[in-house]
Design a protein around this ligand. Structure first.
Ligand code: BG6
Ligand code: MG
Length: 220
């Protein structure tokens, strides 16, 4: 029985993955190549500069450090523009109910996101108060699949990693959870998130986890 739930943000609580990918597609287009649909999985969960390196690798493009910084900043400006008008209506189905239900049971909650834009998104969604701790890309430098972001979340909650469940839509994030000794619940396609302990289509289906032996209760 888990006492804490750690949530990735993009693709788990809010449907921002599409905006990240659209912004990277423009970067690629500017550099003269196209990203394929399946490239989106590679970019999920990884930090901004790591994502840029993946994009450049796909195109076989090499740039100097100053150009890399500029490309990342321009991608972020496009992304920030896309999410600037985010509202509670942009939350993924079941996300709000899931957070509120867990907290009502006394389960501790943390955000574990690679995004430096996470605080702005939480404010736009009006859900900052639903997390006992927020660990984001400005707090932690080791990117998923390194477990640091989730270990820092568990520590902030005062819950042992083995008593934590992580909700993740990215392969890198599922790996980070497992590397941290936590249960990993994949959000999405079981054929993609093969290393997760269980996979559900979204937080609206969180009750199905009981049939996988994953249950929650307030810390004793
Ligand atoms: C993750 C996204 O949550 O944040 C990645 O899944 C993104 O796609 C990463 O690259 C970093 O986000 P940001 O907002 O700091 O560029
Ligand atoms: Mg994600």
């Amino acid at each position: 029985t888990a006492h804490a739930a750690l949530f990735d943000l993009d693709g788990v609580i809010v449907d921002t993955a599409v905006h990240h990918f659209a912004a990277w597609r423009e970067t690629a287009a500017e550099l003269g190549f196209a990203l394929a649909d399946q490239d989106e999985e590679l970019l999920k969960g990884v930090g901004r500069m790591d994502a840029l390196r993946i994009v450049l690798g796909i195109g076989g493009v090499e740039v100097d450090d100053a150009t890399a910084e500029r490309l990342a900043a321009e991608k972020n400006a496009r992304y920030v523009e896309a999410i600037a008008s985010i509202t509670p209506a942009d939350m993924l189905p079941g996300a709000l109910d899931c957070l509120e239900a867990l907290r009502a049971q006394g389960v501790r909650t943390a955000l574990g996101s690679a995004s430096r834009n996470a605080p702005m998104i939480l404010d736009g969604l009006g859900i900052r108060d639903l997390f006992d701790a927020v660990i984001d890309g400005s707090v932690v430098t080791e990117a998923k699949p390194h477990p640091r972001v989730f270990l820092a979340g568990a520590e902030a909650l005062g819950v042992a990693p083995a008593d934590c469940v992580v909700f993740e839509d990215a392969i890198a994030g599922v790996r980070a959870a497992k590397a941290g000794g936590m249960l990993a619940v994949g959000i999405g396609d079981p054929a993609v998130l093969t290393e997760a302990d269980a996979v559900i289509p979204g937080l609206h289906a969180v009750d199905a986890l009981a049939s996988h032996g994953i249950t929650f209760a307030g810390a004793p």
